[in-house]
Design a protein around this ligand. Structure first.
Ligand SMILES: NC(=O)c1ccc[n+]([C@@H]2O[C@H](COP(=O)([O-])OP(=O)(O)OC[C@H]3O[C@@H](n4cnc5c(N)ncnc54)[C@H](OP(=O)(O)O)[C@@H]3O)[C@@H](O)[C@H]2O)c1
Length: 245
């Protein structure tokens, strides 16, 4: 039996388990199973590998995307820059880390907007934001980060309110915060949405609900929107390719 799985804590809502179990079934992929390994401490990772020597690939989720790095033998270059791992390839005990959020975001953005990607505002500076920012850089897209606690070259939400022209200078707005996720679907990042117009594009990494309050605000003013579902599927498929390569 070829084994794959997910480590994280807690793991109550796992997209990956459902996705891979359905994929194996739908595509007639025999001899494969995908299991959840809910570990309260990253030091338990070694134990998981020892007890499951058939493991060929693992997904990694919150809170271990950074903590797992010392347990790996090698990092993919993009992953090294991002500083977070969400996919591990295991070959005869050799563990290589990848970041498929980077791959999923980059591919989905290209297929949505083609080569004509406008300048972007990136809302939030967490793990997913890091993957998004490196992907934008690699695609040659200028961007500005918006944070509650801005570091160098970042702005705050109140800067956006005082100078809403930012929304036109950076027409692509990428939400990498969890705001708007089910069940708190009425929440959204604190940006002056009344200033959005048909030139704006909102890419919301949130995938549940499929249309967030932020996306709706953009649609209502004639802009175009995309949710995080394609990215989620593309990152899972990228993991599958890595595990089988
Ligand atoms: N579609 C996909 O494939 C995909 C992949 C990865 C993640 N995601 C989604 O992306 C979201 C972020 O994930 P993550 O792993 O990056 O989480 P994270 O590391 O916790 O980062 C989230 C960032 O959002 C900002 N933030 C958090 N709470 C906020 C609040 N109440 N108000 C304003 N800003 C807030 C913070 O940035 P500041 O402190 O700088 O303000 C924080 O660093 C989640 O909803 C996740 O489901 C989707």
């Amino acid at each position: 039996m070829r084994k794959f799985g997910l480590i994280g804590y807690p793991l109550s809502h796992s997209f990956s388990k459902k996705y891979f179990s359905e994929k194996f079934e739908k595509e007639g992929i025999q001899n494969c199973q995908f299991d959840l390994y809910e570990i309260p401490d990253i030091s338990d990772f070694e134990k998981v590998l020892e007890e499951n020597r058939e493991l060929e690939g693992m997904s990694v989720t919150i809170p271990y995307k950074q903590d797992v790095i010392p347990f790996l033998n090698e990092l993919d270059p993009a992953c090294e820059i991002i500083g977070a791992v969400n996919c591990i390839q295991i070959r005869n005990g050799y563990r290589k880390g990848f970041n498929t959020d980077y791959i999923g975001f980059k591919e989905s953005l290209k297929s949505w907007l083609g080569t004509d990607i406008p300048k972007a505002l990136v809302l939030g500076t967490g793990g997913a934001s890091k993957a998004v920012r490196i992907a934008l850089k690699d695609l040659g897209v200028d961007f500005l980060s918006v944070s509650r606690r801005p570091r160098e070259n970042q702005i705050t939400y109140s800067d956006l309110k005082t100078n809403p022209a930012f929304l036109q200078k950076f027409p692509l707005i990428i939400n990498t915060t969890p705001l708007g996720t089910f069940p708190k679907t009425d929440e959204m990042p604190d940006i002056p949405v009344e200033m959005l117009n048909k030139s704006n594009r909102v890419y919301d990494l949130v995938y549940n609900p499929s249309e967030t309050t932020l996306m709706k605000a953009c649609l209502d003013r004639g802009g175009k929107v995309k949710n995080g579902m394609d990215m989620l599927v593309l990152q899972a498929e990228a993991a599958w390719t890595i595990w089988n390569s």
